[in-house]
Design a protein around this ligand. Sequence first.
Ligand code: ADP
Ligand code: MG
Length: 683
Amino acid sequence: MDNKSNYKYLLSDLSSLKGVGIKTKNLLKKKKINNIFDLLWKLPKSYTDRSLSSKIKDLRIGEIQTVTITPQKYSFPRVRNLPNRVSCSDETGKIDCVFFNSFEGYVKKILPLGKEITVSGKISFFKDKYQLTNPKYLSEDSSLIKQKHNTYSLTEGISEKVYNNIINQIIQNLPILKEWHSENILEKFNNISWNDSVKELHKPENVGSYKKNFYQRLAFDEIFSTFLVNSEIRKKIKKIKKKKKIFDLKTQNQIINKLNFSLTKDQQKTLKEINNDLCSSVKMFRLLQGDVGSGKTIVSLLSAFNTINSGFQVAVMAPTEILARQHYNLAKTIFPKNIKIKLISGKTDYKNKKYILNDLKNHNIDIIFGTHAIFQKKVSFKKLGLIIIDEQHKFGVNQRKKLSDKGGDNCDVLLMTATPIPRTLTMTVYGDMDLSIIHEKPKNRKPVKTYSKLDIKVDEVIKFIKKEINLGNQIFWVCPLIEESKKLDHTSAIKKFEYLKKLFPNQVLLLHGKTDTEEKEEILNKFQKNNFKILVSTTIIEVGIDFPNANVIVIENANKFGLSQLHQLRGRVGRGDKQSTCILMFKSNLSENAKKRINILKDSNDGFIISEEDMKIRGFGDILGFKQSGIKNFKLADPIHNHDLFLVAEKEIKRIENANEDIRKFKPLIKLYDRADIINDIA
Ligand code: ADP
Ligand code: MG
C-alpha cells in the first residue's frame, strides 16, 4: 500500500513506530492514544533551544547549553553512590560528564574516548570544574542536538526524547492527503493543506499560535467532520419512510382541559411541532430542550397519548427509577382509564417481569415506563411507535442512533434535556436531531432567591428552615458524597442526617446512592405526602424530580459543583407558586473568581446564560459531565474561541446539503476524526 497518499497509515497501530515497544504502547493506551493519528494531538507545550553552542570557557552555569567536547578519561569508582565520571575537554577548557546509576558499557558507548561529541544540558560547577549531570542530549551528529527540542507534558514513563523521536517519525511519514475542502473554505486558511498544517502544528516555535491559519484549519476540520457526520445521520433518518400516525386532537385537548394549569405558549408550540412529526411520513428524531421546570414532561406525555391513540405503543425511558415512577404516576393521573400503563423497575420481580415482557410483545401494554432496562435485548414490542428519552444529555450520537434503530422504521424518537447549552454546542452535540425549544417558564414561577453562606453560619440556615417548615414548606438538603472521604473532605449526607434529626426529630429523611430501590421509593413517598419536612440526599435528586411543595434547597460544598449543575439542583425548587430559596454553603471564604461565578448564578435564572458562562470558565467538556459521556471532545477546537469556525462549518454543511454534493471526498476526514462506524457505509 502506498503510505504517502493513504490515511490508513494514520490509523495504524503504534507498534509500527520505531522506538515504541509494548511498554510505551501500554502507557500511551492509558492516555487513550491508540494509534498514530491520536499521537498527532500530543502537542508540545514549549521547547528548549539547544541550537547555539559555545566553547567550554564561555559556559554559563545554571543554564541549558550545548557544547562539543572530546572524552579523555573514564573514572568508574565501582563504589555505591559514587557516580561514573568522564573527563572531557575542548581547546578552551575541561568539563566532566557525570552519571549516577549508570552502566559502564553504556557510558563508554555514548562517550567514546577521542571522538567529538555534542552534548546539551544544564551546566553546573563542582570542585573547580564544569559538570554535566546525567546528560540526555548527546550525539556524534551535532545537527541532531543543535536544534529546538519540544517539551511535552509527559506521560509517566515516557521521556521527552521518546516523544520527540516518535512524533518526528510520524511527521516525516505523514501521508499527503487529497484535499477535501472546497476552495471557498480553503481560502479562509490561506490555502494551507492538512499535511502542512500538521507539520506547522508541531514546530516548536508555533507552540500556542491558536490564531494562525494552520491551527484554525485543523480546528475547522474537527468541527466540520462532526457536523458532517451529524448531517449524514439526519439525511439518513429523513429518508426513512414510516406509517403516519393518525389521531384526533379532540381527545388530546380533553386531557389538556383537565389539567390544573394551562400550557404555556412554548409548550403549545413544541407540542405542535412534535405532533406534526408524528403525523408525517418521515421518522421523527427530535430533541425537546428546555430549562429545568419548564414543563417538558406534560408535552412528551401528550405526544405519547396521541401515539397510543393512533394505535401504537410508547416506551418512556428515564435515567433513574425515581423519575420513571414519577412520570408513570403522572400518566396514570391524566390518561383515560382504558390506556394500559406499566412501570418496569428493579423492584419488579421475575414473574411480573415475564408478564410485562409478554404483554409488550402482544400489545397488551400501551405505554411502558422504566430506566434503560426497557431497551434490553429481550424486550420487544408488537408495535412501538414512539420512544421518549428523558434527561439523557449523556447519550452520544451512537447510542441515540442505536435506540432509534431498535424501535424500527415506524418508531419516532423524542429526546428531552434540561441542559440548556450554547448554540455552538447544541449544533455539535445534537446536530443530528431536529430541535424544539421551550424558552418561557410557566407564569406562576417566581425566580429562586439564591444566597451563599459560610458553613460556620449554619445556625442562621437552621433558623431560616424552621421558619419555612412552620409555613408548611419542605426542604432539600444536598451533600456531595455518600460517605466521609478524607481525600475530598466532603460533608457526608449520613452525618448531616444525624445532625438535622436531632434538631428536627421525626421530620428528616435520608436518601443516597446506596439506599436500595424499595426503600428509596418509600422515602420519596413519605416526602411527597409531606409527612416529613427535610430530605437529606446526595445529588441523586439532581435529575428531573418534581416536588412542588419543596421550596428551599440547601447545597453543601457548593464549590464542588459547576454552575450548570448548581442551576439544575436549584431547579428542584421554585416549581410551585411559592417564593423559593436556594442556599449555597461554603467551607471557606470565596476567592474573587469563585464570587464572580456564584454571582452569575444569583443574578440569573436562565439556564442558557448560566451554561454559556460555565463554558467560558470550565470549557465545554466539563458542563454537566459531557466529558464522561463519550461525546467526542475536540482536540483543538473550542466552542468559545472558535465560535466563528462553528458558524462557517454550519454554513458549509448547509451548502453541501443544498447542492446535494457527493460527500465521498470527505471519507478520509470522517474516518480520521470521527471513526464513525455509524456511517461506515459511505463509500
Ligand atoms: P421539566 O421541564 O424540568 O421536566 P416538569 O415537566 O417536571 O419540568 O414540570 C415542572 C412542574 O411544572 C411540574 O410540577 C408541572 O406539573 C408544572 N407545570 C408544567 N407545565 C406547567 C404550566 N404550563 N403551568 C404551570 N405549571 C406547569
Ligand atoms: Mg424533566
